[in-house]
Design a protein around this ligand. Structure first.
Ligand SMILES: [Zn+2]
Length: 497
């Protein structure tokens, strides 16, 4: 009898221990940041978004944006309140159909207190109505919204979403998107994915875009202006939609001669990276004065200045390679940026090799020889560059040398197996540099500690590596390397993201 009682008591105690403490916990506020060491306030804690429905009206003459965004989310904690990231003026917030209290705090935090707490595991529908003039909205001393003579463009990394929709603004929380934008007749609105419909009513045309694959918030893009839109398919049948501002002037021909090769390049990249992950591809060149590009998912943003010296297919290769490395497989934390930039840069090297303008080995040799040991270039660790150097040259060039060192270490057969296998392994997900290393080691069947530590995590110029027998490279050369023919074009794309 006594034994049974003890057993029962022990069972009860075990049950208490097994009970999820979070489920029983009183509701508390979700974190105001996602816990990213580089950008502590970006993203939020306590919930996971599955879908954004962004419905906008935009007036190009005044830059006035009016919107309603509906967010589908699941609480991952018992929440008394939660944060969104947003910078425009909010008129109303509803949670599960009921008005919620809200206030803007910090630079881009929108604190939302629902009428009733959200239980862990429960679904919530959050509606935010808002308005604002994005070009007048400065946060942290800058503004990612690009005002143009005939509209506006948003394409920013790591910040971009705050100027047009409320979100959980961190790449770890990916979601599908519907973007519907009404603009005056004669003006176009470009966004991600597929244009499913457009109709005109009372002088306004509404464009409805759908992105049905998971997308990070910074990869959502919007461009409003007067565009010439071209459509087609890649040789393998992937639908391609490109758009060009009607006033690109002298850069118009070179921009089209580059971006119109999107379908061809997507199929070429598929040979190295595996099947294209999305249902459409393309890019757009608005009349902005910036000089960077961004791998916005399925619809790459290019600045006309990238084509100011003639066509540049290398930058197109870079941005399209990101559709696999960065968009389909996204960083878990911003410190994992090498997984994006090292590989997009390396794709440019493979393109150079295929165009007969310099092999990947020659490009690696050139980077290695171009930066003496005392060059601060070598103090940046591509595997964890820090927020100030996240998009600095070493993340790209030393990052690509790291990819090439991996190739020389495991050999071409294993290397191309890794290059193609990784996007399949992690499709539509997130990953860290450590995850990639584990995958590469599993595929290669050996430890790769040395190559990763040396090329990604050492703040000094590594000693010239040993190259495989029969291979010539780095300091194994007896003569100084010469500048590969593709070098200038590759560097012209340095301000790409
Ligand atoms: Zn890039």
């Amino acid at each position: 009898m006594r034994k049974r009682m003890i057993t029962a008591a022990a069972a009860a105690a075990t049950l208490l221990l097994l009970a999820d403490p979070a489920a029983a916990a009183a509701p508390t506020p979700g974190a105001a940041g996602a816990g990213d060491a580089y950008y502590p306030t970006y993203g939020n804690g306590g919930y996971d978004v599955s879908h954004y429905d962004i419905r906008l009206r935009y007036q190009p003459e005044t830059d006035q944006l009016q919107g309603t965004t509906t967010i589908l989310a699941t609480a991952t904690e018992n929440l008394s309140r939660f944060n969104l990231d947003f910078a425009l003026d909010v008129d109303e917030v509803l949670v599960n159909g009921r008005p919620a209290a809200y206030r803007s705090t910090g630079e881009q935090e929108l604190e939302v207190t629902p009428a009733a707490p959200l239980a862990r595991g429960s679904r919530a529908t959050v509606v935010v109505r808002y308005r604002g003039v994005p070009s007048k909205t400065v946060r942290y001393g800058f503004n990612a919204w690009l005002r143009t003579p005939d509209g506006g463009v948003i394409a920013g990394e790591p910040e971009g979403a705050w100027w047009w929709f409320p979100s959980n603004d961190h790449p770890f929380d990916k979601a599908t998107f519907d973007v519907s934008v009404a603009v005056p007749d004669g003006t176009q609105a470009i966004s991600n994915g597929t244009l499913v419909s457009q109709r005109s009513e009372l002088g306004w045309t509404r464009y409805n875009w759908r992105q049905t694959k998971p997308q990070a918030t910074y990869l959502a893009t919007l461009a409003v202006g007067k565009f010439d839109i071209t459509t087609g398919t890649s040789p393998s049948g992937i639908p391609v939609v490109n758009a060009y501002s009607k006033d690109l002037g002298d850069n118009d021909g070179a921009a089209r001669a580059s971006v119109e090769r999107t379908g061809e390049i997507v199929d070429w990249l598929s040979g190295y990276l595996g099947p294209y992950p999305f249902t459409s591809a393309g890019g757009y060149v608005p009349n902005v004065t910036t000089r960077y590009a961004l791998e916005s998912q399925t619809r790459v943003f290019y600045s006309p200045r990238q084509f100011a010296n003639g066509s540049n297919t290398s930058v197109v290769v870079h941005e399209l390679a990101h559709q696999w490395y960065g968009d389909s497989v996204s960083v878990q934390r911003w410190s994992d940026i090498w997984l994006n930039e090292g590989f997009a840069r390396y794709a440019q090297w493979l393109w150079s090799e295929s165009e007969g303008e310099g092999t990947a080995q020659e490009l690696a040799d050139w980077v290695y020889a171009s930066h003496p040991a005392e060059d601060p270039f070598w103090t940046v660790k591509p595997g964890d560059p820090g927020p100030d150097e996240q998009f600095a040259l070493p993340v790209y060039d030393r990052g690509a040398v790291a990819v090439h060192a991996l190739r020389n270490t495991v050999g071409d057969q294993k290397f191309f197996e890794i290059l193609r296998g990784w996007p399949a392994e992690r499709r539509f997900g997130n990953a860290t540099v450590a995850d990639f290393r584990a995958y590469a080691e599993k595929t290669a069947g050996r430890s790769l500690a040395e190559v990763f530590d040396t090329w990604l995590f050492t703040a000094a110029k590594p000693a010239a590596p040993t190259v495989p027998t029969g291979s010539v490279g780095f300091a194994a050369r007896t003569t100084a390397p010469t500048e590969p023919r593709s070098w200038q074009k590759i560097q012209a794309a340095t301000h790409e993201h």
